[in-house]
Design a protein around this ligand. Structure first.
Ligand code: GAL
Length: 651
């Protein structure tokens, strides 16, 4: 596979006279891809049914003539104002019951059938017109599903669709569903919440106190399914007219829908990487860490998403036929962004480092957002590769450098890692509904474990919970997977790998109730969680081997070997055969101890990396990244401040 670069361009923002020069400069900088049109609906259809495709025909021709490949976005994330007159009830509704108004973007409810029909119409027009265009080399559906908290909508149309979804999930005779089965599964006898029919079931917002967690989880699953079917509507249409691959651009730490399920209908997984924005806004690290990496970004956050979206790419249609997983960075920060609490400029060298890190994790393309900084509207404080006056911005030089370097580098040989980490969107929903303590959440737990793995120099594959083939993995971690199907328990136990479970793995049945026998009930692992507690951040519990329990802890009854206890002698980590259960949320020291021991048993080499230094192996290379502003030495390797080192390895 060849590595490529690209950018995001908005011809509708600029006079036609400069398109050709823009295209020429993109190609001269070494860019291959240009993504366009994902917010251009009002220019494509200024009035209902009156299309204006002339400008897009010309833009595609101009870009194509310069040798660029176009990624054509469907414009459904930005419906024009007239759409709201046609469908006043298409706006999403927030948890307080307020419609989310026109005037920015993503102002639609996934459940609105009228809006879906409008989307099908504009996508059909585009797919018919450009499906065979030689310059349209890929498609993007919509833009960032879930952005601005838009997956969940408490609208009237969502309520109707939710009831239909519930009837299918709790089927009865005929099409009616079995509301008794739902009452039993949700435990609705509690607080007399029983329903007499599905038409009585409302959405779980505006209740006096918290809604039944079973109800809340069902609604999260329904909302996720709505994103999947909304996306599928578009991919079915595009495929009928075009052989070009279809992508969607996912986000960082947005878990509101099952990306693996959406990814199954696509050919390419892609995501939008904003390392400095994320550090300020999403990583959740302490002040000292934020200061240290303010101009570099968190050393693990991008890597985690690269690995996650490589896994989503593996669910894609092409990959199912045996190809390499296809995944891209569709948007890469090229300078300061506009949307985080603070928006510093990256240190020189970081745009290059971020680009190479994506390639080290298997990206096929990295596209910079955006080509030219906009002088108007919401994102005028967001850097581009060019300044608003068209002069080069600092990011462009680094993009040029990466372009020259990838042109010289050999093709990528992908390799399966020896360490796997399961990621389950459903578990994230379950933790959000029932965190049991402030600051506790599934994403945070998995990310902490991933960070500990990376700090030991491990390359990691992330896997979806549907995985059945674990061949080749020597260590598999499945922390916090609140509901773990029996099939997966059996497959993991039989995998031959060291398997790490807990905390809260298999803690709930599929309807969000505590199962009996008590959790985790994993075959061959003699451990029962008898009770749990959450802890204030200021009240950690020390472990005998070093490190601490922070935030959450389980009390274990066990016949397995006890490998770690609290200083007061209560078991925290237990082992039976190849299965390990960790009954607590550990700090980094605690996780590293646990992982080192497991890696030693599995024969996986580890190396203690300095803070900010990371490595990643592909099939043919070892990459070193130094996110720190100090030089570091690891063995014989010297890493200057803010640097990338690529070593070729024998295959
Ligand atoms: C992304 C989005 C882009 C742009 C960018 C700014 O989330 O897809 O359209 O808004 O952020 O950083």
């Amino acid at each position: 596979m060849k590595r490529t670069l690209g950018t995001c361009y908005y011809p509708e923002h600029w006079p036609r006279e400069i398109w050709a020069d823009d295209a020429r400069r993109m190609a001269a900088a070494g860019l291959t891809w240009v993504r366009i049109a994902e917010f251009a609906w009002s220019r494509l259809e200024p009035e209902p049914g009156r299309y204006e495709f002339g400008w897009l025909d010309e833009a595609i021709a101009v870009l194509g003539a310069a040798g660029l490949k176009v990624v054509l976005g469907t414009p459904t994330a930005a419906p024009p104002r007239w759409m709201i007159d046609r469908h006043p009830d298409m706006l999403a509704v927030d948890a307080e019951g307020r419609p989310r108004k026109f005037g920015s973007r993503r102002h639609y409810c996934f459940s609105h059938l009228g809006y879906r029909a409008e989307c099908a119409r504009i996508v059909t027009e585009l797919a018919r017109r450009y499906g065979a265009d030689p310059h349209v080399a890929a498609w993007q559906t919509d833009n960032e599903y879930g952005c601005h908290d838009t997956t969940i909508s408490y609208s009237d149309v969502a309520r109707v669709a939710f009831r239909t979804w519930l009837r299918a999930r709790y089927p009865g005779a005929g099409n009616d569903g079995d509301v008794g089965a739902l009452n039993a599964a949700w435990g609705n006898v509690f607080w007399s919440m029983n329903y007499d029919g599905f038409e009585q079931i409302d959405l779980p917002n505006l209740t006096v106190t918290e809604p039944n967690p079973s109800h809340a989880l069902a609604f999260r699953r329904f909302s996720s399914d709505q994103v999947v079917s909304f996306n599928r509507l578009q991919t079915d249409i595009i495929r009928a007219h075009s052989a070009a691959p279809i992508a969607h651009n996912y986000m960082g730490r947005i878990t509101d829908f099952d990306h693996f399920a959406v990814g199954a209908d696509l050919d390419i997984a892609s995501w939008d990487s904003y390392p400095l924005g994320f550090l300020e806004d999403r990583v959740g690290a302490g002040e000292a860490h934020q200061l240290r990496f303010a101009r570099q970004g968190d050393p693990d956050f991008q890597a985690f998403h690269h690995d996650l979206y490589r896994a989503v790419g593996r669910c894609a249609k092409a990959a199912q036929k045996g190809g390499l997983p296809r995944w891209w960075v569709m948007e890469q920060q090229p300078g300061p962004v506009n949307w985080a609490p603070y928006n510093p400029a990256p240190l020189p060298g970081m745009v290059r480092l971020w680009s190479w890190e994506a390639f080290a994790h298997g990206a096929e393309a990295v596209c910079y957002f955006r080509w030219r900084q906009a002088p108007m509207a919401q994102e005028q404080m967001h850097a581009g590769l060019l300044r608003p006056d068209s002069a080069d911005a600092p990011g462009l030089d680094e993009a040029r450098q990466v372009a020259a370097e990838i042109a010289d580098a050999p093709d990528v040989a992908a390799a399966q890692a020896r360490v796997a980490l399961l990621f389950d969107y459903d578990a994230d929903h379950a933790w959000q509904i029932q965190p049991h303590g402030d600051g506790l959440g599934y994403f945070g737990l998995v990310f902490e474990l991933y960070r500990a793995m990376r700090s030991l120099g491990l390359s990691v594959d992330i896997l979806p919970p549907e995985t059945t083939d674990f061949a080749g993995y020597d260590l598999i971690a499945a922390p916090g997977m609140m509901h773990m199907p029996e099939r997966l328990k059996r497959d993991l136990a039989a995998s031959g790998a060291q398997v790490l479970y807990g905390p809260r793995t298999a803690a709930r049945d599929c309807d969000m109730c505590i199962p009996v026998p008590l959790p985790p009930d994993i075959p061959g692992l003699a451990v029962t969680v008898s009770r749990v507690e959450s802890l204030r951040p200021t009240a950690p519990v020390a472990l005998t081997g070093g490190g601490q329990v922070v935030g959450y802890r389980e009390f274990l009854e066990t016949g397995a070997d006890i490998v770690e206890t609290t200083e007061t002698g209560e078991p925290v980590i237990v082992l039976r055969g190849r299965q390990t259960y960790v009954g607590a949320w550990l700090d980094q020291t605690g996780w590293r101890h646990a992982l080192r021991r497991l890696c030693e048993t599995a024969g996986i080499p580890t190396v203690d990396l300095p803070q900010g230094v990371r490595l990643r192996d592909t099939g043919s290379e070892r990459f070193w990244f130094n996110y720190d502003t100090a030089e570091h030495k690891v063995g014989a390797v010297t890493l200057p401040p803010v640097s990338v080192l690529r070593e070729e390895r024998g295959r």
